[in-house]
Ligand binder design. Sequence first.
Ligand code: NAD
Ligand code: UD1
Length: 353
Amino acid sequence: MNRILITGGSGFIGSHTCLHLLSEGYDIFVIDSLVNSSEKSINQIKKFFKEEKNKVLNNLRFFKGDLKDKDFINNVFKVAQKENNPIKGVIHFAGLKAVGESVSQPLLYWDNNVIGSYNLIKSMSENDCRTIVFSSSATVYGSSSIDLLREDSTLAPTNPYGTTKLSVENLLKDINQSKNKNWRIAILRYFNPIGAHKSGLIGENPLQKPNNIFPIIINSAFTKEKLKVFGNDWPTEDGTCIRDYIHVMDLAEGHLKSLNYLIENDPQLLTLNIGKGRGISVIELIKTFENVNNISVPFEFDKRREGDVCKLVADNSKLKSILNWSPTKSLEEMCKDGWKWKNLNPKGYSEHN
Ligand code: NAD
Ligand code: UD1
C-alpha cells in the first residue's frame, strides 16, 4: 500500500487524518517534534484499531524529530527506501499556529514554519518525492470584507502566522515553476476545524490556553466559567461574528481526496478552500452546542477582539467541482463529537498511557 509521510501527525488535525488514512489501508510514517502535542494521540489511534476494529496496527510508524533538522528528515526518507517502500506523498501539517505568539515571536514562526517547510521540500526533492498537500489557512486572506472568499480573493495576512503560511504557499508556487515539472502540490486553505473523532478517543488537546472559540465553549460547558463573546455589535443578524466551521473528520477526508487527486492526475499546483460554505454566528454555535448536548454554556458579551474580522466564509465551489466532494458533517455532529471527547477525556491525553 502507498506509504504517506504525515508531518505534525500527532497534532489535532494530523491525528484525525492519520486515523482516516489508516482506516483506508494506507501505510503511514508520522513525524512530530511534540512541541504542541503528545505522542499519546498516536497510542490512542492504535487503541482505536485494537478495540474497535480488532486489529493490531503494523502500518503506523512514529518518528520524533523536528523539521528544522534536515538530516533527520532525510533519514526518515532513507528508512522508507531501505524497506523498498519509499514515501509516495507528504501531508504537511507541522507548524506553529498561535496568532498572538507569532506577533510577539515572529522569528520563532519564520524558523519553525518557513525554514521547517523549506527543509522538508528540499529533502523531498532530494529523495524524489514530489507530491505534497500543505496545510494553509483562511488566515492568508486577512481581514477581507468579501461575502464568500474565493481562492483568487486578495491575499493580505495581518500577522506573522499568516505571513509564514503565505510564504510557504509562495515557495510551493516557485517550486511548481521549476525545471523539474513533476511536482504535484495541493495548498489547502482551511477555515475553522472543530469537533473530534466520533469514538471520543482522539480530539483537540491544546497544551497552551486555547484562544479558539470551540475549545473555549467546551471548557465553559465543563467548568461553568463564563466565556466572553467578542462583540455583539457586528453587522450580522445577531450581532456576533460569523465563521465557517468544518468537522475535523471532514477535513481529514478532504486531505485524502486531495492527495488521491494529485496522484491520479498530471503534475500541477492546486489551491483549494476547505470549508462548508455556510456562515455560523458565535451565538448560533453556542446555542447548537447547548441544544445537542443538553448542557448550558455560560457566556457574557465583551468588547470586540482586536484584529477580529466580522465574517470569514469559504466559497467552496472549486473544491466541489475539482474533487467532486464537499464536507457533509453537520454543526450538530461537530458539537456532539467535541463534547464526547471532553467527557471521555476531561484532562485530554494526560490521563492516558
Ligand atoms: P497542532 O498544533 O495540533 O498540530 C501541529 C503539529 O505540528 C503539532 O503536533 C506540533 O507538535 C507539530 N510541529 C510543529 N512544529 C514542528 C516542527 N518544526 N517539526 C515537527 N513537528 C512540528 O495544530 P493543528 O490544529 O492540528 O493544525 C495543523 C496545521 O493546520 C498547522 O499547520 C496549522 O497552522 C494549520 N491550520 C490549523 C487550523 C486550526 O484551526 N486548527 C486552521 C487553519 C490551518
Ligand atoms: C483564528 C485565528 C486565525 C486562524 C483561525 C483558525 C486570530 C486573530 N485568528 O481565527 O488566524 O486561522 O483561528 O485556527 O486568532 N470568539 C469569542 N470568544 C472567544 C474566542 C473567540 O467570541 O473567547 C469569537 C471570535 O471573535 C470569532 C469566533 O469566535 O468571531 C471564532 O474565533 P476563533 O476560533 O479564534 O477563530 P478565527 O477568529 O476564525
